[in-house]
Design a protein around this ligand. Structure first.
Ligand code: F6P
Length: 363
């Protein structure tokens, strides 16, 4: 048996742990593993790949990024603009199938987020035996309670907030930190709570700048002269638009960003307090994965091989109630996992005094 694996979409801490898990589990079964380079692009004839065996994957788990390379552009893009589905052209799918046939690949493991799994689903529907592995720092795939990469991204946000805290306090300033997450607020919510943010603005809770400003004024009146604001890149005001850095004109999903700077300017105008903004950007995707992300990655990789062994194609590895299992890819790509406004974690934040920008500060 020979199986293929590729990583697609943005890179993410823990991808190498998945490769380590897949190669280890396949080797135990006496299978060969072909790693395709640069996502689905590696499937284009004649195929761009490397043979992976345990001697090749020694020590990779601690590395960020992916030894295979990845891309969220190219011939196989299946999500464009604000998350709209587009069909990968049939001739491109046929080319991928030719490579897989030529290399005698019996199954293909696709490690990717919502967009890449949508491509994986399209290949599966056209006869490729695909297994999906969810990958996203955004933690926004509904069918898995957690995906690797998220914990590492949150750890980076917390580290940034710890540092911003001391400078904000010394200067009695407001500091706004813009974090990633696309249309889901998980990174902002977890990172913000763990990093002691005073205001957290999420895509799921449209905010009002006057409420944010009143929370800052109230903190000042109570002797707390610095304020940390975490804003998710996909957050928007009640009346506002989603801010984008770059429209991808059908070549991929739009690049979000700019809301941090916008919020900082508004705060300065409304509160008259010196305010700075900082965009964390790709620091959240880089570096070594946390122990939790390594463990999740390895378990996901081992489960992907087990699903191939069972012939459960068209399925995606999923983490639910502390167990790794599987769901259909179709089910997985249909819905984003978003923060629920009235959820326990949001309510916990409100109870400890965090402002989410949707209600006036309590006097
Ligand atoms: O989906 C992961 C993610 O990091 C998002 O949080 C972010 O909006 C996007 O990718 C950035 O993509 P790129 O690396 O193409 O700028």
């Amino acid at each position: 048996m020979r199986i293929g694996i590729l990583n697609s979409g943005g890179d993410c801490p823990g991808l190498n742990a998945v490769i380590h898990g897949v190669v280890g589990a396949a080797h135990t079964l006496g299978w060969e593993v072909v790693g395709f380079r640069d996502g689905f692009e590696g499937l284009l004839p004649p195929g761009d790949y490397m043979m992976l065996d345990p001697s090749r994957t020694v020590g990779i788990m601690k590395l960020g990024g992916t030894i295979l390379g990845t891309t969220n552009k190219g011939h196989f893009v299946a999500k464009v603009g604000e998350g709209n589905v587009s069909e990968v052209p049939k001739e491109i799918v046929d080319k991928a199938k030719t490579t897989l046939k030529h290399l005698e690949i019996g199954a293909l493991i696709v490690v990717g987020g919502d967009g890449s799994l949508t491509t994986g689903l399209q290949l599966y529907r056209q006869g490729v035996p695909v297994i999906g592995v969810p990958k996203t720092i955004d933690n926004d795939i509904q069918a898995t309670a957690m995906s690797f990469g998220f914990d590492s991204a949150v750890a980076t946000v917390v580290d940034a907030l710890d540092r911003l805290h001391t400078t904000a306090e010394s200067h009695k300033r407001v500091i706004v930190l813009e974090v990633m997450g696309r249309h889901a607020g998980w990174i902002a919510l977890y990172g913000g709570i763990a990093g002691g943010a005073d205001v957290i603005l999420l895509p799921e809770i449209p905010f009002n700048m006057e409420h944010v400003a009143s929370a800052i004024r109230q903190r000042d009146a109570r002797g707390m002269h610095s304020t940390l604001v975490v804003v998710a890149e996909g957050a928007r005001m009640e009346t506002g638009e989603l801010l984008t850095k770059e429209k991808m004109a059908g070549k991929g999903e739009d690049r979000l960003g700019g809301i941090g700077e916008y919020v900082a300017k508004k705060i300065e105008i409304l509160t008259d307090k010196e305010t700075r903004s900082c965009t964390l950007g790709h620091l959240q995707r880089g570096g070594s994965p946390t122990a939790l992300d390594r463990i999740l990655g390895v378990r996901f990789g081992a489960m992907a091989v087990s699903l191939i062994e069972q012939g459960k194609f068209g399925r995606m590895v999923s983490y639910q109630q502390y167990q790794v299992g599987d769901v259909s890819i179709e089910e997985a790509v249909n819905q984003l996992r978003l923060v629920q406004t009235g959820s326990e974690i949001v309510n916990a934040g409100r109870r400890i005094g965090i402002c989410f920008g949707d209600t006036p500060a309590i006097q």
